[in-house]
Design a protein around this ligand. Sequence first.
Ligand SMILES: *Cc1c(COP(=O)(O)O)cnc(C)c1O
Length: 382
Amino acid sequence: MRKKYLLAPGPTPVPESVLLAMAQPVVHHRTPQFSEVFKETAELLKYVFQTKEDVLILASSGTGAMEGAVVNLFSPGDEVIVINGGKFGERWGKISESYGLKVHWINVEWGRAVDPETVKDVLAKNQNVRGILCQASETSTTVLHPVKELAELTRERDCIIVVDGITAVGVVDIPMDRWGIDVLVSGSQKAFMLPPGLAFISLSEKAWRFCDDARCPKFYFDLKKERKNLARHTTAYTPAVSLITGLREALALIKEEGLENVFARHARLARATREAMKALGLKLLAPENPSPAATGVYVPDGIDGGKFVKYLRDDMGVTLAGGQDHLKGRIFRIAHLGYIDTFDIIIAISAVEMALKRFGHKVELGRGVGTAQEILLEGFET
Ligand SMILES: *Cc1c(COP(=O)(O)O)cnc(C)c1O
């Protein structure tokens, strides 16, 4: 037997009570019973998004909501700024170009956060820019971008900030209304502790005004239509009934823990992981602006990162993530978002130590674990 542990930045583990909620018989979606579930779920989503606006629930992976944002807010020929500091930043640009938008790419070195001053300069030189598209947490490089500062740049101008919060919402404090975020997107299989299959999107009043004259073609992801249906506690097309039933339970768990505590837990797990990796003499991918969703670590010289991650997964039963594009084979990522707690992190760090030893790297077993334990103990101080 080999017990399995999932510590990848999506999909993430699903709590037992959520699995059980989803195992219930499927109810028809045009019924008062389902409308009640849907209504409660939509309310709880507002709490997690920290907004008074509607949060729409789409049956798609997170990318569906990203595409939905682009097609509902903009028109072919519109100019947008894309913060491209990793795979997901690049995705904003690719979606935008697919629909004929003119993209001003701001390329950021992988592992670094964008400097708001750079964005400010590009905005100053391009007065027609109608949107800034960025990630809050760029999962591919484990970086946190300065969304609050970027949002400020869009005030008092005909420009909106569109944020992919797929590994940020429910992980780190990203108060949509307070920071003036115009569009915030997330997905089910990250901090929402659900299987893949749902995406969420919320728009500010300013963003809804952009929808009125957006001319990109669209059909399934018609946000105005979804908003009208949401007001009647339903969806335009068949919702993912079981996932939404699970979502209500997952959101109730988040509310019960309290957002502040959820953020503190993620911060603690992330810090413990980073300090453990440093104690093992390993180099972090994002030392300056690390995301609390996942920690990226360079594989030591002489070790093939692809084989390392595969060994952890297939021989040890511990699924971490590798690197993408030019970081392929060079890094591994330990995710600590969603249904992850103290001892999941201990398992991950312990497995990394053991795998390093197996790959012939000089490592003092227990060094990283001990470092993490000191930090994780803070979570028990009451
Ligand atoms: C996972 C992820 C996505 C993509 O979501 P899919 O559900 O795979 O479509 C987009 N952005 C970020 C930051 C992510 O972590």
